[in-house]
Design a protein around this ligand. Structure first.
Ligand SMILES: [Ca+2]
Ligand SMILES: [Ca+2]
Length: 355
């Protein structure tokens, strides 16, 4: 009996291997379902759904997703070092590479943002943590701007931040947001660990310059960060949410950098960033409280935790030891999670289990 069970198990693994090897978008690598209540998910696509160039470097994935929220759109964007910017179609069925400038293609872009200028023109922005630059492109991936490190002479609005760059401290952007012509940039991988801001002076030609507003800073006090890793503004609001990863906190600020409040994620979790869809907040976590089970994706409704999705433990996505980013889509009344893992990197799209 035991032997039979084991044989079946290994045959099953072999089956998954064959499936993944065909290059066909592999549906249901595992029959598992994960999550709670209405927010339970199963695997829809794995990394084999990505273009070959992306699959070749997926193991080094260390970024995040941006979704085009405009009516009639819905495409998702992210970038992989060595491959460039990838676009996932609005219906999730297709993926393609966008032509990407060499300067952006061969460096890590740690997250992604899609924002609209006053005239409605969409732009993508990417924090280059290795390049020390925030890159802006058109929706087609054409690079229009690279915001370089502060030179030590620009007033960043905080003596600590000014002194840091005067002393040649590193600029390491980890995420970027945009509100009314200001970029808000987290610098959680540097000792500075502030949110810095830069003004978008014009879009034709595209020009940016550092702005005198900075807030946060390293520490455990209210509105301080252990690592200010991700930054997100809930759509339709002016509130700024910073994922303070080692402290299991989402620290909230006004657009002027005044500290508002903190939402605590489960003790021992490492929240990387937040994504908002309606009343839902999705939080991809590098680790959960129980490190043996792989990393969770948390789903909150009106700031209340309603579901914990465990891709490794429940869905057989063995590379999802750490999750670096997750976003949610709604298509025809059904919810989908798009997630990427880190160390090792991996990719998956999960679909809501409605049965
Ligand atoms: Ca904090
Ligand atoms: Ca973000």
């Amino acid at each position: 009996m035991k032997r039979l069970t084991l044989s079946a198990f290994f045959l099953g693994l072999l089956g998954i291997g064959w499936f993944a090897g065909t290059g066909i978008p592999s549906r249901a690598a595992s029959a598992g379902i994960s999550g709670n209540g209405k927010m339970r998910f199963r695997v829809l696509y794995t990394a084999s759904h990505l273009p070959p160039e992306a699959q070749a470097v997926i193991k080094s994935a260390h970024g995040g997703f941006a979704v085009d929220r405009r009516p009639g759109k819905g495409e998702t964007y992210f970038s992989l070092k060595g491959a460039g910017i990838i676009q996932i179609s609005a219906d999730l069925k297709n993926t393609r590479m966008l032509p990407t400038a060499a300067e952006m293609k061969d460096t890590n872009l740690h997250n992604s943002l899609l924002w609209l200028a006053k005239d409605g023109t969409p732009y993508l922005a990417f924090p280059g943590n290795e390049a020390g630059s925030v890159f802006t492109t058109t929706i087609d991936g054409h690079m229009v701007d690279a915001l370089r490190p502060p030179d030590g002479n620009s007033d960043l609005g905080s003596p600590i931040a000014n002194d840091y760059f005067r002393g040649r401290g590193n600029f390491i952007p980890t995420d970027v947001e945009q509100l009314d012509g200001l970029y808000y940039i987290t610098t959680g991988y540097s000792n500075l660990d502030f949110v810095l801001t830069a003004r978008i002076l014009s879009t034709s030609p595209f020009r940016t310059s550092w702005y005198d507003l900075a807030f946060g800073g390293r520490g455990s006090g209210a509105g301080q960060f252990g690592t200010g890793h991700g930054i997100t503004i809930p759509p339709g609001t002016t509130r700024i949410d910073v994922a303070d990863r080692p402290n299991a906190e989402i620290d909230r600020f006004t657009r002027h950098g005044q500290y508002l409040s903190t939402l605590r994620t489960p003790l021992g979790s490492l929240p990387c960033d937040t994504y908002f869809l309606g009343n839902y907040m999705v939080v991809g976590a590098l680790d959960g409280p129980d490190r043996r089970k792989g990393a969770p994706i948390y789903i909150y409704e009106n700031d209340k935790l309603i579901s914990t999705v465990m891709p490794k433990e429940d869905l057989g996505l063995t590379n999802f030891t750490h999750i670096h980013n997750a976003v949610m889509r709604e298509i025809n009344g059904k919810y989908y999670l798009i997630a990427q893992a880190w160390n090792p990197g991996d990719f998956a799209i999960l679909e809501q289990a409605t049965d």
